[in-house]
Every structure is written in C-alpha cells, then in structure tokens.
Design a protein around this ligand. Structure first.
Ligand code: C2E
Ligand code: MG
Ligand code: MG
Length: 638
C-alpha cells in the first residue's frame, strides 16, 4: 500500500460539520484519550502510509450539495484518481438527497465505499445495500459523531478500499493469464504447427462463419482444396526437412496471394491435411470468377519453389465446390470439394475439377463396389473365363486367354472394366492377380485330368504387377502347387502399361522370361511410341488392338496399319494375334494379311472352364482333330 492516497469526499450542507470532518481527518488532529488504540489500528492498516506519529494521511475534498458531489466523483474517476470513501449527508435541501446522490455515485464508481450520514434514526442496513449495491460497500453513520469514531471509520474503510483493489487486480491478472493460456491452447488446437495456418477444424469453423455472413451479402462462398502431387516422393528423395520447408513456402505464398496491398485477408488460407491446403473465398459473383480463383491457386502452387538451392516444380490437384450450390452447411461443401479433389487426383489430365452432383452418386457407388469387391475376391466369386485363339493356318486351337469374371450371388456378371481399374486404385490388384492365377492353374489341372492338355493360357497383368518384386516367386509357387508346366503360361501386358516405365518393366520381364513363362504384348499399336523397345524385350507375341481390327474393310487404306503390324511381327519373328475378330470378312482379311492367330467372337466368346471343355469337344469334332493332339501351334521364340 506504499504511496497509496486515501482520498475522501465529504458531502454535507452544514458548513460546521464540514469543518469537523476536516479537523478530525486532518494531519494536525490531536488524538485524545482513545488515541493510542486508534494509532495502533492505523499502523496495522496503513504501515508506511502513516505519519511519524503513526497516524494515517487523508486527502479530504468537500461538497455541500448532492449534484456537486456526483460531478466531483465523475471527475475523479475520469482522472484515474477515484475516492476511497464518500461521506454523504442524507438531507441537503434544496438539492437531491443523500440516497439519490449515493445512487448516482455508485453508477459512476462501483468500488467507492459510501457512508450515508444521518441525524435521525438510521435506515436498516439491508435496505441501504439493496438501494445502493453492493451491500459490502455501503454503510451508515450517525450524527453527531465523535471525531475519533469518524477517523477510525475512515481509516478502516480506506484500508478495505486498498485491499479490495489489490484483490481485484489479482483477479484481473488471473483472468488475463487464463485468457492467454486459453488462446495459446486454442492456437494449438486450431492451428497447424508447421505452417501456422488454420487447420481443418478451424477451417470448418471459418467456413461456417463465412456462410452465416453470406446470408446478408451477395455472392457464393467457394472452397478450393489443393493436393500437392507426389509430395511423399519429395519427402523421400529430398528429406523430411526439405518437405517441411516446402510446406511452409507453399503456405506463405498462398497467404500472400490472398492478401491485398494493405494486408487485408481476401480469403482464408488453411492446411487441410498432410499435403493438402484449402482456400475459402467469400463473395464470388459468377462462374468465371470461380475459374479465375482456381487458376490463380494453381499458378501460385505450380510456380517453381527454391528448396535446398534447387528449383522445384510442383503439380497440384485441385477440387472446387461452393456454397450454397453444393451444400447448405460447411461440412457438406467441404465434402463436395473433397470428392472433386479426388477426381482431379485420379484423373490423368485434369488438375482442376469443379464439383457436380453426379460425383456424390459415383463416390457412393464406388465405395459400395469397393466393399463388395474385397468380399468377392475373398469368397472366390471372381474366376477366369476363357476365350479361344485359333491358328489361321491349321484351324487348331492354339491358346486361350483367361479373362476375369465377377459372378454376383444373383448370377449377374460384372465386367472386368468395372473392377480391374478399381482393384488397382484400391491397391489390391496383386491379390486379384493371385486369385485369377490360382483359378487358372486349378482349371488347367482339371482339363489335364480329362485329356492331354497342352494349350497355353494367357493371363493378363495390370500396371501394378510390374512393380511387384515378388511376382516371379509368386507365379512359381502357384504353378508348382498344381504342378503346371511353366511353358503353358503366358502373361499379357498392354503396350501402354509397358511403355509407362520401361526401366521398371525390363528387369521384371527378363526375370519372368528366364523363369520360362511367355510374354505377350496386348492392345499393340496404341502406344504410338518407338518400336525399338520390342527388340530389347523378351517378347514372343503381339496382339493387334481391336480398334484396328474393327476398321478392317475391303479398302486397302484401312488395312494398312494391320498389314504393317503383321510385317513388323514377321520381321522380328513374333507371333501376331488379331483380337476382336467378329465377322467372317475380318477373319478373311487378317488371314490373307498373314496374321498367325485369331481371337474374337467370330471364333468364340469368353466362357467358363466347363463350357470351354464342351466347346473344345465340339470344336474337335468339327475340325476332326483328336483331343489328344491338341497342341500349341506356336511356341516359336521359347
Ligand atoms: P483384353 O486383355 O484386351 O481382352 C480382350 C477383351 O476383348 C475381352 O474383354 C474380351 O471379352 C473382348 N473381346 C474378345 N473378342 C471380342 C470381339 O470379337 N468383339 C468385342 N467387341 N470384344 C471382344 P473383357 O473380358 O471385358 O476384358 C477387358 C479387359 O479387361 C481386357 O482386355 C484386359 O485388359 C482386362 N482384363 C480382363 N481380365 C483381366 C485380368 O484377369 N487381369 C487384368 N489385369 N486385366 C484383365
Ligand atoms: Mg488381354
Ligand atoms: Mg487386348
């Protein structure tokens, strides 16, 4: 309490009484009999602020009317020098009475101790507390008073005033600290530590706010989600620290892009996930503004970043949706942006996708299909059907292609175009391949039991299998479990998949060839690429893409591509298969052009293992070939 001032305001219309206050609260006050006790009390209460005799110092101001007192209190509060006590007389004609003055004073200063001084019978203390709350800061005092009584009361109330203030400050300090801690905790919960951007939780809150505000304004609120393509690759090759640095740079750049020159935020920028960012832009007026926004985001992310002294060029996948068109609430709008983002991520050429309602249906359909597909593989509902290949020279059955078929419990068939790409996306194409391979080997073992089966079976590989280092040992294991000759198995790879990454494909194909299975190139002619790779690869057969076969006609111009492919095959000593032969005309042409094998509806449609047996029996009869002499006509390069 050192340096504390004890400011007291005395309000009374009686000049004599005012003088009495001044006397008893003044510095020259000479205490009489009770003085020792009083001085002791003052010392306890005020310590350093007492004078050399131990008496407390008061600064006394006086007013003789209620209104003037109210003004004095207002001025004191305004100046930051509030009173500790106001002594106020109850009756002060012609002005307002003491109670009214006290009420007004209380409004101005909630902390001052108000002492209502009355000559008559004192009002009940509780009624005073109700009229001029709080009750612990209002007192009454009866006139005429003893000087010592007055001084003692003043000393006690000034002490209380200082104690109250200290407590208030401690509380305020505590509140401030709690608030600071809460803000810090909120920061942790709502902001991403790496980029300092709002995280997904806060982004949802921010979008909620923007949507609420948008009720009163024109325009849509647009959500742009951005995924950095191959970010994990950057992390792996350049190191985790560089990955972090890159994330920060992207965050800073996006934040700068969406700030105007005065530093005003024009959109909310946040980190939505590991390598995903989000922009929330309010007040967008039309479609072209949405497109400009998405383009701006793309340009911002795709301009080169200097990381570790190297220029890094990123590719972004972007998904866009907007309120109120794609959803009424924040979560649905985000969900739509996510669906659009996934479309961008899975598409080959689309870096920006704008949400449209069909996606929700497809996403749902795909999700159901995914769950169903896993079950179907486990329960063996996916089996191989077989399509025969005929030798054009001898008419013999020269091979069969195994084609995956998913038979649903209701008997319906799901075509491979629906579930093979899905299995790749889900990362379970290896499992699917294994189950088809097992199915093929079991069927061959079965056929072998019924006769001397020597017809090779082609099994399709998908892109993912090219990266499976255990492919050779997997195939080896399956073949030996049924004791199947490796020469009976060919693997088909489409040309586009093969050319995607020859450096990966080449060693695998070499291993497979060394092991002894055949390698065929499927859908040949669609790769539009140098043919020199053919010479390097251990390939025995090329299958002309169906598209070329479909175009075959009597006009020579249309037949030139097929002719050229066949010539190439011959030059490289490869077996050439024409796929998708449907008509006798197509059959006649490919035969005339020198194609070795034919596969297509003209010969037979794909069929189950049992049906194939029946078909083979009938086929043999018509071709008058004995079942025992079924052999592969082409085995040239092995
Ligand atoms: P693909 O390997 O080129 O197989 C030939 C496709 O052409 C098969 O379609 C077959 O039913 C169809 N086809 C055969 N002859 C004719 C014809 O005369 N006219 C017409 N219009 N079509 C004909 P499918 O069975 O629907 O298979 C489609 C594709 O799915 C296959 O093309 C192959 O790339 C893939 N696939 C099928 N089974 C598997 C599998 O077990 N694993 C993998 N990875 N892919 C498979
Ligand atoms: Mg094939
Ligand atoms: Mg094909």
């Amino acid at each position: 309490m050192s340096g504390a001032v004890n400011r007291i305001l005395v309000v009374d219309d009686d000049a004599m009484l005012i003088s009495e206050y001044i006397r008893c609260l003044g510095e020259d006050f000479e205490p009489d009999l009770g003085a020792t006790t009083l001085t002791d009390l003052e010392k306890v209460l005020f310590g350093d602020d007492t004078d050399e005799r131990g008496a407390v110092k008061f600064e006394v101001h006086t007013r003789n009317q209620g209104e003037a007192a109210v003004e004095a209190v207002a001025a004191a509060v305004e100046a930051g020098q509030p009173y500790s006590i106001v002594f106020v007389d109850i009756r002060m004609p012609p002005g307002i009475d003491g109670i009214e003055a006290a009420k007004r004073i209380r409004m101005l200063d909630p902390n001052v101790n108000i002492v209502v001084v009355t000559g008559s019978v004192s009002p009940a203390p509780e009624s005073l507390g109700k009229q001029i709350p709080p009750a612990d800061k209002v007192f009454f005092f009866q006139k005429p008073f003893h000087a010592l009584e007055c001084r003692q009361l003043a000393a006690a109330l000034c002490g209380k005033w200082h104690a109250d203030r200290a407590l208030r400050r401690a509380n305020e300090d505590l509140e401030r600290r709690v608030e600071e801690r809460t803000t810090a905790l909120q920061k942790l919960a709502y902001f991403d530590v790496v980029t300092r951007l709002p995280n997904q939780l806060l982004l949802i809150e921010e979008l909620k706010k923007l949507i609420e505000r948008a009720e009163d304004t024109e325009g849509d609120t647009v959500v742009v989600l951005i995924d950095i393509n191959r970010f994990s690759f950057i992390n792996e090759t350049m190191g985790y620290d560089s990955g972090t640095e890159l994330l920060r740079s992207i965050a800073n750049r996006l934040s700068r892009t969406f700030c105007d020159d005065q530093g005003h935020r024009m959109a909310v920028v946040g980190r939505f996930g590991a390598d995903e960012f989000a922009i929330l832009a309010p007040g967008i007026q039309n479609d072209s503004e949405i497109r400009e926004l998405a383009e701006l985001v793309r340009e911002t992310v795709e301009a080169p970043f200097l990381i570790n002294g190297r220029d890094l060029f990123l590719k972004a996948s972007i998904g866009v949706s907007w309120h109120p068109v794609h959803g009424r609430d924040a979560k649905s709008v985000f969900r739509c942006a996510e669906a659009a983002l996934h479309r961008s991520m899975n598409g080959l050429n689309t870096s920006i996708t704008y949400y449209h309602s069909e996606m929700r249906y497809r996403a749902r359909y795909k999700f159901d299909l995914e769950v169903e597909l896993r079950g179907a593989i486990e329960q063996g509902h996916i089996t191989a059907h077989y399509q025969p290949q005929q030798c054009t020279k001898t008419g013999n059955l020269a091979g069969v292609e195994a084609l995956a078929r998913w038979t649903r419990p209701d008997g319906s068939l799901v075509p491979p175009s629906d579930f093979i790409p899905l299995s790749e996306e889900m990362g379970i194409s290896d499992v699917l391949f294994e189950s088809i391979m097992r199915c093929v080997c079991a069927d061959v073992a079965n056929w072998r039991r019924r006769g001397d089966w020597k017809v090779p079976v082609s099994v399709n590989l998908s892109a993912h299998q090219l990266r499976n280092r255990d492919l050779v040992s997997l195939i080896k294991g399956i073949l030996s479990s049924e004791d199947i000759d490796r020469k009976l198995i060919n693997l088909e790879l489409t040309e586009t998949v093969l050319l995607e990454d020859l450096t990966v494909a080449q060693p695998l194909l070499d291993d497979l060839a060394a092991f002894g299975v055949g390698i065929h190139i499927d859908d040949f002619g669609t790769g539009y690429s140098s043919l020199s790779y053919l010479a390097q690869l251990p390939v025995q057969t090329i299958k002309i893409d169906q598209a070329f076969v479909r175009q075959l006609s009597d006009s020579d111009a249309n037949n030139r591509v097929v002719e050229a492919i066949i010539a190439l095959g011959k030059a490289m000593q490869l077996v050439v298969v024409a796929e998708g032969v449907e008509t006798d005309q197509q059959y006649a042409i490919v035969r005339r052009l020198g194609c070795d094998l034919v596969q297509g509806y003209f010969i037979a449609r794909p069929m189950s293992a049992d049906q194939l047996m029946t078909w083979v029996d009938g086929y043999e009869d018509t071709q008058s070939i004995k079942k025992r002499s079924l052999v592969a006509d082409f085995d040239s390069k092995r």
